[in-house]
Ligand binder design. Structure first.
Ligand code: NAD
Length: 497
C-alpha cells in the first residue's frame, strides 16, 4: 500500500477504473458476468489494485472465437473494398491518437511504464495501424502467372480468425504490431492480453466499436495463460496464431498449433549483445547503452544485455557506465521526474534479484551491485540497475533476466567479438558500435540474429522486418511488407489452354 500522495489521474481514467470490475469484450459487447472468476490487476509502482478483470472459461474462449468466425463470414469486414476497410482503420488510429493521454495513463498504471514512454507506445500503435492500412491498398489481390500453355493466376484472400497472445512488457504497442496487418488484410482477431496488463486492450476494443469497426472484428479475451491462453492456442477454428512471450510458453503454444496444423508465429525472448570497438566516443556510447538497459526497467526483449567491449577502452567504458547508471532517477511511473519505473510484479523483481545472486555465485564480478530500490511513499517493485562481468558461460550471461542488468566482457579482435556475440541460444537483436562503417557492416551481418543495429540499439522503423531466430522466435516477424503478406492465404487458379 503506498503512502504517497499520488499524481492525480485523468477523469476518463478514473471513470474507466471506477467500474471496479472489467469484462472481456467480444462481438461488440462485454463477455463475462459478476459471477465469473476474476484476476486483480495491480499498479506495479504502488502495489494498489487497479481493477478486477474477468477470467473467461475455456468454453467462453471457444464462444469468442466462434463470434470472430461469424464476423469474418457474415460481417462486411472481409469482403468490403480495401479502401473502405482502410478508412475504418484510419478512424481507429485517429481515435487512439486522440485518446493518447488516456490510454497512455492506463498503460502506465497497469504496466508500470514511465508515462511519457507509455504515450510513445500509444502513438506507435496508431502509426502501425496507418502503415498497414495504407500498404494493404497497394496489394494486388491477383497476380497473373506466365506459364506455357496455361492461363494461371494466384489470388490472395484473408484467412479468417487470427489469434494473438501478448506479454506484459509492451501491451498496447505489441497489439498494434500484431493485429494491424491481420485487420488490414481483412481478417478478424481475438486478442489475449497478459493477465498483468489487460486494461489497454479492453479500452481499445471498446474504442473500436465506437469508431464503427464491425462487431466481432476485434475481440479481447481476458484471463490467465494456462486457462484462456491455452484454450485460445488449442482452438481448432483459428486460422493463424501469433504468440509473443517467453520461449517456455512459446513451445507450448507451438505444440498446440502444431497438433492442429495452425500456422504460428513465435516472437520470443532475447539476450542481445552490443559489440563496442575502441574507436567510439566512449561517454556517448555508455550513455546510450545505459539508456537502453534502463528503458522500461530492462523489460525489453531486444535489449542489449551483454556488452562486449574492446579491451583498450574497457575500464573507461565501465567507469562511464557505472557513473551513468548510478544517476538514474528511479521512481513512480506517473511522476514526471522518473527515468526508470518499477518492474511489473513481485515475481519479476525476485527474478532480477535471483539472477544477480546466481550470477555472482557462479563467479561473475560485480561492477555495480543493483538490488531492490526504495522509493519514498511507494510500495512498488523497484530495482536498481546492475552490472556484472566475467565468463560468457555464466548463467547471468546466458539466460534472459528481463531487468536493468547488463553483463560485460572484454575482447581483443573483431573475430573474437563476433564469436562472443554468437555465444548464445537466442537470436533476436544485437548492435555494433564503431566509427568504421565497413567494419560495422561486416560485424552486423555476422551476428546471428533477426536484427543488427549500427551505433544504436532498439531501432524500430516501420518497413524494417523485426523478428527472431533460434530461441528468439520463428514464423516471420513483424512490421514489414512480409508481415502483411502473412495474413493473406493464396489460391492458385489454372486453366490448360
Ligand atoms: P509469458 O510467456 O510468461 O506470457 C506471455 C503470454 O502467454 C501471456 O499472455 C500469458 O498469459 C500467456 N500464457 C502463459 N501460459 C500460457 C499457456 N500455457 N498457453 C498459452 N498462453 C499462455 O511471457 P511474459 O512474462 O508475459 O513476457 C516476457 C517475455 O516475452 C520475455 O521472454 C520477452 O523477451 C518476451 N517478449 C518478446 C518480444 C518479441 O517481439 N520477440 C516482445 C516482447 C516480449
Amino acid at each position: 500500500m503506498s503512502t504517497a500522495i499520488k499524481p492525480s489521474l485523468l477523469p476518463e481514467v478514473e471513470a474507466f477504473l471506477g467500474r471496479g470490475r472489467l469484462a472481456s469484450f467480444v462481438g461488440g459487447k462485454t463477455m463475462g458476468s459478476e459471477n465469473d472468476n476474476s484476476i486483480a490487476t495491480t499498479d506495479p509502482g504502488s502495489g494498489d489494485k487497479l481493477a478486477d478483470v474477468v477470467e473467461l472459461t475455456a468454453e467462453q474462449v471457444e464462444e469468442a472465437v466462434g463470434v470472430a468466425d461469424a464476423a469474418f463470414k457474415q460481417s462486411s469486414w472481409a469482403t468490403m473494398p480495401v479502401n473502405e476497410r482502410a478508412a475504418l482503420l484510419h478512424r481507429l488510429a485517429d481515435a487512439v491518437e486522440k485518446h493518447k493521454a488516456i490510454i497512455g495513463q492506463i498503460e502506465s498504471l497497469d504496466a508500470g511504464k514511465v508515462q511519457s514512454q507509455a504515450q510513445g507506445d500509444v502513438q506507435n500503435f496508431a502509426d502501425t495501424i496507418r502503415y498497414f492500412a495504407d500498404m494493404a491498398q497497394h496489394v494486388n489481390p491477383r497476380t497473373t502467372l506466365a506459364v506455357k500453355a496455361h492461363e494461371a493466376w494466384t489470388v490472395r484472400q484473408p484467412w479468417g480468425v487470427c489469434a494473438f497472445i501478448f506479454p506484459w512488457n509492451f501491451p498496447f504497442l505489441l497489439i498494434g504490431w500484431g493485429i494491424a496487418p491481420a485487420l488490414a488484410a481483412g481478417n478478424t482477431v481475438v486478442i489475449k492480453p497478459a493477465e498483468d496488463t489487460p486494461l489497454s486492450a479492453i479500452y481499445l476494443a471498446e474504442l473500436a466499436k465506437e469508431v464503427g469497426i464491425p462487431d466481432g472484428v476485434i475481440n479481447v479475451v481476458t484471463g490467465g495463460g494456462a486457462t484462456v491462453g491455452s484454450a485460445l492456442s488449442g482452438n481448432t477454428q483459428i486460422k493463424r496464431m501469433s504468440f509473443t512471450g517467453s520461449p517456455e510458453v512459446g513451445r507450448l503454444v507451438g505444440e498446440a498449433c502444431g497438433r492442429n496444423l495452425v500456422p504460428v508465429k513465435l516472437e520470443l525472448g532475447g539476450k542481445g549483445a552490443a559489440v563496442i570497438f575502441n574507436d567510439v566516443d566512449v561517454a556517448d556510447t555508455a550513455q546510450k547503452l545505459a539508456g537502453a538497459i534502463t528503458f522500461h526497467t530492462g523489460q525489453v526483449c531486444c535489449d542489449a544485455t551483454r556488452w562486449l567491449v574492446h579491451q583498450d577502452i574497457y575500464d573507461e567504458f565501465v567507469n562511464q557506465c557505472v557513473d551513468q547508471l548510478s544517476q538514474v532517477k528511479i521512481g513512480y511511473q506517473l511522476d514526471g521526474q522518473t527515468q526508470m519505473g518499477p518492474v511489473v510484479n513481485a515475481k519479476q523483481r525476485q527474478r532480477v534479484l535471483s539472477y544477480l545472486e546466481k550470477g555472482q555465485s557462479e563467479g561473475a564480478e560485480c561492477l555495480l551491485p543493483g538490488g531492490a530500490a526504495k522509493v519514498e511513499g511507494y510500495d512498488g517493485h523497484f530495482v536498481k540497475p546492475a552490472l556484472l562481468a566475467g565468463s560468457l558461460d555464466n548463467v547471468a550471461a546466458q539466460e534472459e533476466i528481463f531487468g536493468p542488468v547488463a553483463y560485460l566482457a572484454p575482447f581483443q579482435t573483431e573475430s573474437q567479438a563476433i564469436e562472443m556475440a554468437n555465444h548464445t541460444h537466442y537470436g533476436l537483436a544485437n548492435s555494433v558500435w564503431t566509427s568504421d562503417l565497413a567494419r560495422a557492416a561486416r560485424v552486423a551481418e555476422s551476428m546471428i540474429a533477426g536484427n543488427s543495429w549500427i551505433n544504436a540499439h532498439n531501432v524500430f522503423a516501420h518497413g524494417v522486418p523485426y523478428g527472431g531466430v533460434n530461441l528468439s522466435g520463428m514464423g516471420g516477424g513483424v512490421l514489414s511488407f512480409e508481415t502483411l503478406m502473412d495474413y493473406y492465404r493464396s489460391t492458385s487458379v489454372v486453366r490448360p489452354l
